[in-house]
Each structure stands twice: as C-alpha cells, then as structure tokens.
Write a protein that binds this ligand. Structure first.
Ligand SMILES: Nc1nc2c(c(=O)[nH]1)N[C@H]1C(S)=C(S)[C@@H](COP(=O)(O)OP(=O)(O)OC[C@H]3O[C@@H](n4cnc5c(=O)[nH]c(N)nc54)[C@H](O)[C@@H]3O)O[C@H]1N2
Ligand SMILES: Nc1nc2c(c(=O)[nH]1)N[C@H]1C(S)=C(S)[C@@H](COP(=O)(O)OP(=O)(O)OC[C@H]3O[C@@H](n4cnc5c(=O)[nH]c(N)nc54)[C@H](O)[C@@H]3O)O[C@H]1N2
Ligand SMILES: [Mo]
Length: 772
C-alpha cells in the first residue's frame, strides 16, 4: 500500500445533517453520510466543490471607490466596481474607524446589524452571536425582529393561542401522530425536501419513516398544495390544489360546512374558546352579505364545492391533524390562514387529543414533531443591546429607503431609523429578500456596508468592505440544539482557505481597535470558549438528569446521542384537560377565535377574526391578465437557501446552467415551450432566466422556481441570468400586524428565451485589481 495514504475522516454537522469529511493532503475529497441517518439529505455532498471554490473570498477586500474616497464614494458603485485586496490590519482599521465615525456622529441607532440569516451550525462560531456581542460592547445596533420563516404567524399566534415558540416546541410528536391520527390534512404539504433541515444541526431525518408508519396503520392524507410532490410518495395522499394564496377561503368554507351540518364540537368551543359568535356572524355574512360557504369558496379557490363539503365531513368523522406549512403565511395577509386553520381545528374539538388538533411547521423543518430536549444549551452571551430600535426583519428595504417614515407593526406605531451603516454576517439578503432590484437601490443608501462572508455572494459583492470568513470545516466547534438529541464534535478538517478568519477572530480584531478586546474574548482562546460552553452544557444537562462526557471524550467518540425524551408531547393537552387551571397565555386564557386585542388595533388588513382578504397579487387579481402565472418560490431541494449553490449537488440540478423551473405541460404547450428550454420569467418588477421542466406535479397556472440561485444580473438592475426568483417577488409586508415577507404572492409570465445565452457569472469572483 506504499504511497496510498488513507484519508483521515472528521465529523461535522450542518443545518441539513451530520457527515464525515474525508481529508487527503489537506483537502476534503468526499463527504460520507451519518450511518444512523435513515434518510440522509443530498445537500451535504455539495460542500466538496464549494470549500475551495474560486469564489471563496480568501482575502480582505475593499471596493475600489470606497478605498479611494471612503464614505464619500459613489455608492452606486456597489455591486459593479472592482475590489482591491488589502492586508487584514488595514481592512480592520478601516472597518473600525467607519463604525466609530458613524456611531460618534449619528449614534449607534444609525448602525443596522440585524444581519438576518442562517449562517452555519456550531454553537460557538454562530456568526450573528459574535456580531451582536461585539456591537453590544461598543454602543449597540439596530436589530431585526423575527424571521423570514414565519414572521406573520408568529406575530398572530400570541393573540390566538399564546407564544409561538410553545407551538413549535410543544408540537404533538410524530410517534403520537403515527399511532393516533386517522386523517392528516396538510396545508402546503409535508415536503421531504424541507424536512432535511433543522437550524443548528440534524442527526436523524425522521419525518418520512413516521409518515409511512402512519400510512401503514391506515391513516389517510390530504395534500392541499399547488405542488403534488409536497406529499411524499408512498402516502397515496389525495391532492387538492387550490389557487395559491386562497387557503383562507377554503378553510372558512370548511368551517361553514361544519356549522351548516351541525358537525362542530360545541362543548369544546364553549369550554376552550372565545369569540365563536363573532366568527359565526362573519361566516353567515351578517355584515358583508356574503355567506362563506363552499360555493363561495369554490369561486375563489377553484376547488369543487362538493370536494370542500366532503372534506369537512371527513375531518369531523376522523381523528384529524391539520398541519400548516410555514409557506402559506409567507404571503399577503399571511396572518389569516393559520388563524383560520386553528379555528377549524377548534371547531373539530380535537385540540389536545392524541393525533388531533393542529401543528405549525411539520415538514417545514425536521425538528418539528421530534420531541425537544428538556433543557437548552448555552450560547455565546451576546450582552445587552443599548439600542432599543429594531425593525421587522423583512422591512429592510423600506427602512433603508424611507428613514424617518412612520409605519405600524403589531399594535405599535413606529418610525424607521436613519440607518447609515449596514453590517451583515452569516446571511445573504441578496438571496433572501424580496424584490432584489429594490434592494439594490436600498443598498445604495447607507454610507458604509461591511460584510463577513465565505464566498462572493451577491451580498458580499454589494459591500464596501468584505472580510473573508472560514467555513465550519476550518474550525473547531460543537453542534448542539434542543431540537436534536445528537451532539456532534465538529472538528477542523482543513486549514482556513486563503487568509480567512472565523467571525470570532474578526470581531476580536475589531474589538481590539475599540479597546474592548478583553471584554469581547473574556481572555479566552477559541478553544477555551468551546470548553467553557461545553462545561456549561454539561451542567445544564446534569440538572435535567443527563450525563454528558468530557470534551476530550466527546471528541474521542465524535458524537453522543441523548436518550429519547420519554414524554411524547401533545400540543395543548393540559389546557384541554383543564382550561381554567392551565390556561393559555392569551388575554382570555382561551383560544381566541375573535381577538379583542387585534380588533382594537383597527387594521383593515388584519381584523379581529380570521377573514378572507383578497391578496394584492394572485390568480384572481386583474394583474393576472398580464401576468397569468402564480410563482411559487419555495425552498430548494439541493441546497440550504443560497448556501452551496456553487457546489456539485446544486449545480447538477441546473438546466443549461440555469435554475430549474417547473410548469404544467398545458401551460407550456400554450406558450410553445418544451422541456429543457431556457425561458425568461418576468413581471413588472424584474426578470430572470430559468431552465424549464414540464410536469403535471404542479397545478395549472402555477410555476415553481426555488429560491437560492445566486443573483446574477446581466447589468445593474438587469435580468438575472441565473434564476433567482427574488427579482420577481413583491416586497410588501403581510399586513400591519405581522409585517412579514410575502414572497409567495407573486404573478409572472414566461416566454422562451431565444436570444444568445449569456454565461452565468455568479460563481466567478468579481474583478479584483491591484492598487494603482
Ligand atoms: N422568494 C422567497 N424568498 C425567501 C424565502 C421564500 O420562501 N421565498 N424564504 C425565506 C426564508 S424562510 C429564509 S430563512 C431566508 C434564508 O436566507 P439566508 O439565511 O440569508 O440564506 P443563506 O443562503 O442560508 O445565507 C447564509 C449566508 O451566510 C454565509 N455563512 C455561512 N456560515 C457562515 C459563517 O460562519 N460566517 C459568515 N460570516 N458567513 C457564513 C453563507 O455563505 C450564506 O451566504 O430566505 C427567505 N427568502
Ligand atoms: N432542502 C431545504 N430545506 C429547507 C430549507 C432549504 O433552503 N432547503 N429552508 C428551511 C427554512 S429556513 C424554512 S423557513 C423552511 C420553510 O418551510 P416551508 O415554508 O414549509 O417551505 P416552502 O418550500 O417554502 O413551502 C412548502 C410548500 O408550500 C406550498 N405552497 C406555496 N404556496 C402555497 C399556498 O398558497 N397554499 C398552499 N396550500 N401551499 C402553498 C409549496 O408548494 C411549497 O412546496 O424550510 C426549511 N427547509
Ligand atoms: Mo426560514
């Protein structure tokens, strides 16, 4: 075996699974799935090509105009000017002096470091924790409230059933569903692709097995979604495909049918809810003259009235679990469908019973439905933020473009702060935000933009100062989250690529320039921090009755799995048993079908009970005459958001280098399109190219183009050559209540692209020049 050095393998954890990296000669050459994972995610293998891809940033970079003119540079140069590589010390000096300048002349509430994004798994190197810890030591920063994932529903549910976290952490577990549910009605499906992921790490991907078990026991499934494959194959799910964005109308009609046929559980409604009378008056149409029955809903949803009535009867007859994917609230008036679904579940009277009631986020993440650990792991302490100012996360362009303008949010009146600096780390707003052309304009506003990034993402390209970060495979860490029984010693597989540094090192360097390095590091090395967090974890675990090994032993064993939680949760079971003794954390202590509090806000876009409010953009709106296709920009199967798009797995899915888009064959035929064509997808906000797949797994009138293809405009504000759907999506708050993102309320038209095919350049680094 002379010369054939056998590879070293090191464990690592990602948001999409646990793996071993094979390392030869200082390079990761392959990735192996975790042996105990019954349904490993494809995504992980994409890391091999991405790790040392030419698009790694590698060295600190400064935009040419910014290097020459500082904050007085032409800010429209962002995203098109070349970069200049500079030494670390110089980059950190410039970054620190900009932070100090803006803080001292405009106050820390001129600095936006909300920095939304998924970053990487690993407890210590969590990019945003490091960022906030630093800023909180030097005066604070403007934060972002809530998530792109579920802003609308997490603003709504506290008024209806109590804190949103309780619904996620307390979700009825899969084993209970597998044993007890006889009908699962899935709004937005239970997509296997999405259950690949849990923030913070995944050991075993469990959803598929549990669903197949339920099916084998005779449980039936109804997939309510524009996409048939949102239900896993093998479930024989019935497919109902309402027009996207019309779920609330469907749900109201299901409620109406229950009432009309006397199928509602009056005893449960009387004991456990408030406001049913107001809702009933709405269903009857007392105020607006419109009965919300199945015939009415049929006109809105395109679903046959008899299908709706039959489903309502079936739901009343069975032990029915209603599952709500987060997608359905990432849309105009996204506050409504979840509230309507909870109301329907309350009328069925099965909330708190094994296998009945509702859950929010099954299938959206692997963690939902797997019982959480009874303790939380420690995080890097972020300290207190002296700045109280914060914006709803998805209102970033509004804030940058409209400083000083008033807006409303969940019962409060606020004013957008005057943001002069943006600091982003561990997120990619040029992936995640809606209406990217508008975001480009918004990013022309601040005086200074600093980004820590691993790769030349579009966000890095739109920065003035880019500080190169390491990947999780270039540093030591521990993956641990209360969503997951597996704890993984994440080992450094390779040396940092180029001159990249961990976010901790980057912020320690900035802290030094503010004279607070000691306070930032607390005198610990990275290794000592990891040990410190682990020791705290061992203590917390011990208090909860679990024994964790020493750090050395954890690393020796590579990973440890905590025993399954013996308690299989059933959402709101104690409330159901004793609504007086174990009330919900709502004003009335009960499920609020009508909320006086929400009604008191006086929002016409979010009244006091679930209501059908027409989306501003959907197949039923006048705009559909010009843009007759509804765009579903859902989560990608081959990557996490934009992460690893340059990697092998994601790139193998592309068609002629473009992101694949699925369309119904009849819609294709009507436009003379063929499978494999490159098409131009457009509306009045923007355009992108995509590679066409014709399939009847999508509803007619719908096209599906996943998020995450790296934004690749042909010229500033021009067509994206690659297929990022966010050049098309609308940047509107869901309502004044949630102000969440509403990406799913988007109409487009599609035509064949007959022009010359412009090369995709998103994965080439931007022009980098020497100093003059
Ligand atoms: N149209 C449409 N848009 C959507 C959605 C949709 O359904 N439709 N979904 C939305 C949702 S739910 C979400 S959560 C967002 C996701 O949006 P993001 O979380 O912003 O997307 P990611 O691609 O995960 O971005 C993470 C970035 O962090 C970088 N990174 C990873 N690890 C590290 C690290 O250790 N240090 C540093 N400095 N950087 C690191 C990665 O390279 C990557 O660029 O997208 C939203 N956008
Ligand atoms: N592989 C992979 N998994 C992921 C992620 C990823 O990037 N990649 N991202 C993770 C993150 S951050 C999040 S927040 C979750 C998100 O989880 P979800 O929000 O559940 O995911 P989506 O894929 O956006 O949507 C699920 C399905 O909802 C359907 N849908 C869209 N619009 C409508 C509608 O109006 N009505 C109905 N009934 N259905 C509709 C679509 O067909 C879509 O496939 O996924 C997580 N899982
Ligand atoms: Mo998300």
């Amino acid at each position: 075996m002379a010369g054939a050095e056998s590879p070293r393998t090191t464990p690592f954890s990602t948001h999409w699974g646990t793996y071993h990296a094979e390392v030869r000669d200082g390079r990761v050459t392959a990735v192996r799935d975790y042996a105990r994972d019954p349904d490993p995610a494809l995504i992980g293998h994409g890391i091999v090509e991405a790790l040392d891809h030419p698009t790694r940033v590698g060295r600190p970079m400064i935009r040419k105009g910014f290097l020459e003119h500082g904050h007085r540079s032409d800010r429209t140069g962002r995203g098109r000017e070349p970069f200049v590589a500079v030494p670390w010390d110089e980059a950190l000096d410039i970054a620190a002096s900009e932070i100090a300048r803006i803080r001292d002349s405009h106050g820390s509430d001129a600095i936006f470091a909300g920095s939304y994004g998924w970053a990487s798994a690993g407890r210590f190197h969590h990019a945003q924790s490091q960022l906030r810890r630093f800023f909180n030591l030097v005066g604070g920063h403007v934060q972002a409230i809530d998530t792109y994932s579920y802003a609308a529903i997490s603003a709504t549910m506290p008024h209806v059933t109590g804190p949103f976290r309780d619904i996620l952490d307390g979700a009825t577990s899969w084993p209970v569903i597998a044993e007890h549910s006889s009908l699962v009605v899935m709004l937005g499906g239970l997509a296997r692709k999405n259950a690949q992921v849990t923030s913070g790490g995944v050991g075993q991907h469990t959803m598929r097995e549990w669903l197949l078990k339920a099916h084998a026991r005779g449980c039936q499934f109804v997939n309510i979604s524009p996409i048939r494959s949102d239900a896993i194959s093998g479930l024989e799910a019935e497919w109902i495909a309402p027009r996207p964005g019309s779920d609330t109308a469907l749900l109201l009609a299901l409620c109406h049918t229950l009432l009309a046929e006397g199928l509602e559980d009056r005893a449960f409604l009387d004991r456990c809810t408030v406001g049913m009378d107001r809702f009933e008056a709405y269903l009857r149409g007392d105020a607006d003259g419109q009965v919300k029955d199945a015939d009415w809903a049929s006109g809105i949803t395109g679903v046959e009235p008899e299908t709706i009535r039959a489903l309502a009867r079936r739901m009343a007859k069975n032990r029915t679990m209603i599952t709500i994917a987060w997608s359905i609230q990432r849309a105009d008036h996204g506050e409504q469908p979840g509230w309507a679904a909870v109301t329907l579940a309350a009328m069925l009277g099965q909330i708190g019973l094994p296998g009945g009631g509702f859950g929010i986020g099954y299938g959206s993440e692997n963690g939902i439905g797997n019982p959480v650990l009874p303790f939380k792991f420690p995080a890097v302490p972020q300290r207190l933020n002296p700045v109280r100012e914060a914006i709803p996360v998805a209102r970033i362009s509004d804030a940058l473009l409209h400083p000083g303008e008033p807006y409303e949010f969940n019962g409060t009146r606020r004013v957008y702060p005057d943001l002069r600096m943006v600091y982003w780390t561990g997120g990619n707003p040029f992936h995640h935000h809606q209406d990217l052309n508008r975001l480009v304009r918004a990013f022309h506003r601040p005086e200074t933009v600093i980004v820590n990034e691993i790769w030349w993402t579009a966000t890095a390209r739109h920065a003035d100062i880019v500080l190169p970060a390491t990947t999780a495979l270039e540093r030591e860490d521990i993956a641990m989250t209360h969503w997951e029984p597996l704890i993984v010693a994440m080992r450094k597989a390779i040396e940092p690529v180029g001159e990249s540094r961990s976010d901790h090192q980057i912020f320690a360097g900035l802290a030094r320039r503010f004279g607070v390095e000691e306070a930032f590091t607390e005198g610990r090395t990275e290794e000592e921090w990891i040990e410190h967090l682990w020791n705290q974890s061992r203590q917390r675990a011990a208090e909860a009755g679990f024994e964790l090994p020493s750090l050395a032993e954890l690393r020796e064993r590579e990973m440890v799995e905590l025993p399954p939680n013996p308690r299989e949760p059933i959402l709101y079971d104690s409330f159901r048993t004793d609504p007086e003794g174990a009330p919900l954390e709502t004003p009335s202590g009960r499920i609020e079908i009508f909320s006086e509090r929400v009604a008191g806000f006086g929002y016409d876009d979010c009244p006091g009970h679930p209501a059908w409010i027409e989306p501003r953009e959907w197949l039923g709106s006048p705009k559909a005459e010009r843009f007759p296709l509804h765009l579903v920009s859902n989560q990608p199967k081959t990557r996490l958001h934009s992460q690893l798009d340059p990697g092998g797995v994601s790139r193998a899915s592309k068609i002629k280098g473009r992101e694949p888009m699925t369309m119904h064959p009849e819609d294709g035929a009507a436009r003379g399109l063929k499978d494999g064509d490159v098409v131009r997808v457009y509306n009045d906000r923007g355009a992108c190219l995509a590679g066409l797949i014709l399939s009847d797994k999508v509803r007619r009138g719908v096209v599906q183009l996943s998020t995450g293809a790296w934004y690749d405009p042909i010229e500033p504000f021009g067509m994206c050559k690659h297929g990022n759907p966010n050049v098309l999506t609308a940047d509107r708050g869901t309502s004044r209540l949630g102000q969440g993102p509403s990406a799913h309320s988007t109409l487009v038209e599609v035509e064949r692209w007959d022009g010359p095919l412009p090369p995709v350049t998103a994965f080439d680094p931007p022009p980098i020049i020497g100093r003059d």
